[in-house]
Design a protein around this ligand. Structure first.
Ligand code: GDP
Ligand code: MG
Length: 423
């Protein structure tokens, strides 16, 4: 029996395994494995071994082939690996064969990503969504050794349950899947009511999207703390990632920080997070945060684009923001500028270009104000609502009432003008 020894401070020691389809794909595979290493670290593991194997396609039984899997078993012994992570999705039978041969915990890219999402989920809905995706991933893999279920925690299945046990486990999984589905439906209903209320108050929403590690959360914090007094009171119960921002001149907007997009985001997860990401499709403006210094910047931008397409957010106006400008050389910055002279290059970390970003956002949202003179009938219900709205979203300079008419001079955000009957 192989020894499982945890690394420093209880961090697991991980081996990463990928295959290279041909020499030409080498660089691509290296990058993918680099990213897998980042994911493993995010999940709390130390990478102690990397294996890139040239192979036209995976072996149906052991992924690497019988000989190579034995070599892998030896190397994992030598390096005291706790966890073996494959860069591609494994079939249930591959998973079983590899686990038997290597005698250690084996997971694939999808499981690793699910694990990270499980750790990061903060909202009730997020937690439910991740659990649902995990259960759906486990269901077809519930066979033979039964290790899949025991890994889920709660000590449900043990190694090698009999057929009856297996059936019970399956039934319990299906019941749980059904009940989570119902819970999510509830949460969704409340969300959409909430969204409607936000629309009614016509507070514009901005969704930050971007590849994982692009700097979304850093920017979110800068935008919601530095430039304004942030208040998470209003929407905190349902989604702490949406915050209301009141700009110094009392204009307000809502900003949401989304889950990071990752290349080859497991399909089950995209489906599971659809509800969360629909927030994005519903935004007035999508701000795409780009790591300007990433060597594979274009590929990442493309990956984000395809997720946006998948959740139906392509019609939302988008603003591209190149972050980590501080990490670029002068040459690189010039090249970026040549590509598009109006490019927004910022540094969320060093708070550079934030003012300009806010200006651009407010002008894209038509939040910039115009001074108008409005007349209302205070006895009219609808007009009273309009007056309240002008006070709420604009800055009133003068308010006179004469002959039963209210005359108001105010600086009003452009987006409210058509609603107020102004053009
Ligand atoms: P997210 O995954 O998109 O939310 O990214 P985070 O906001 O968590 O940031 C990921 C990493 O990038 C962190 O280590 C940040 O400190 C770093 N980072 C964020 N913004 C900048 C920036 O403008 N310049 C540099 N050099 N690093 C940044
Ligand atoms: Mg983040």
């Amino acid at each position: 029996m192989a020894q499982h020894r945890a690394g420093v401070k209880g961090r697991e020691r991980a081996a990463l395994i990928g295959i290279v389809a041909g020499r030409a794909r080498r660089l691509e595979a290296e990058r993918s494995l680099d990213e897998l290493a980042g994911l493993a670290q995010a999940a709390g593991a130390d990478v102690v071994l990397r294996v890139l194997q040239e192979r036209p396609k995976p072996d149906p039984n052991t992924f690497l082939g019988a000989g190579k899997i034995q070599t892998l078993a030896l190397s994992t012994d030598e390096t005291n690996v706790d966890l073996v992570v494959f860069d591609d999705e494994l079939t249930p039978s591959q998973l079983r064969h590899i686990e038997e041969a290597v005698g250690r915990k084996v997971i694939d890219r999808t499981q690793l990503i699910l694990d990270i999402f499980a750790r990061r989920a903060r909202t009730r809905e997020g937690k439910l969504q991740v659990e649902l995706a995990q259960l759906k991933y486990m269901l077809p893999r519930l066979s033979g050794s039964g290790t899949a279920l025991s890994r889920l925690g709660g000590g449900i299945g043990t190694r090698g349950p009999g057929e009856t046990k297996l059936e019970t486990d399956r039934r319990r999984l299906r019941t749980r899947i059904k009940s989570i589905g119902d819970d999510i439906e509830q949460v969704r209903k409340r969300r959409s009511q909430l969204r409607e209320r936000r629309h009614k108050t016509s507070v514009p929403t901005v969704a930050l999207v971007g590849y994982t590690n692009a700097g979304k959360t850093t920017l979110f914090n800068v935008l919601t703390r530095a430039e304004a007094e942030a208040s998470d009171a209003l929407f905190v119960t349902l989604d702490p990632l949406v915050r209301q921002v009141r700009l110094p001149d009392s204009r307000e907007l809502l900003i949401s920080d989304t889950v990071g997009f990752i290349d080859r985001l497991p399909h089950a997860l995209v489906a599971a997070f659809r509800a969360t990401l629909e927030e994005t499709a519903d935004a007035d403006l999508v701000v795409h945060v780009i790591d300007a210094a990433a060597p594979d910047r274009d590929r990442r931008m493309q990956a984000v684009q395809s997720v946006l397409e998948e959740v139906g957010a392509v019609d939302v106006p988008m603003l591209e923001v190149y972050n980590k400008g501080d990490a670029l050389t002068d040459d690189e910055r010039r090249r970026l500028h040549d590509l598009d002279p109006s490019v927004l290059c910022i540094s969320a970390l060093h708070r550079q270009g934030i003012g300009e970003l806010i200006e651009t956002i407010t002008s894209r949202l038509a939040l910039d104000v115009r001074r108008v003179t409005l007349t209302f009938n205070p006895d009219d219900e609808a007009d009273r609502e309009r007056i309240a709205r002008v006070y709420r979203h604009g800055r009133v300079v003068l308010h006179e009432t004469r002959d039963g008419q209210a005359s108001i001079v105010a600086d009003v955000p452009r987006r409210l003008l058509s609603w107020l009957g102004q053009t």
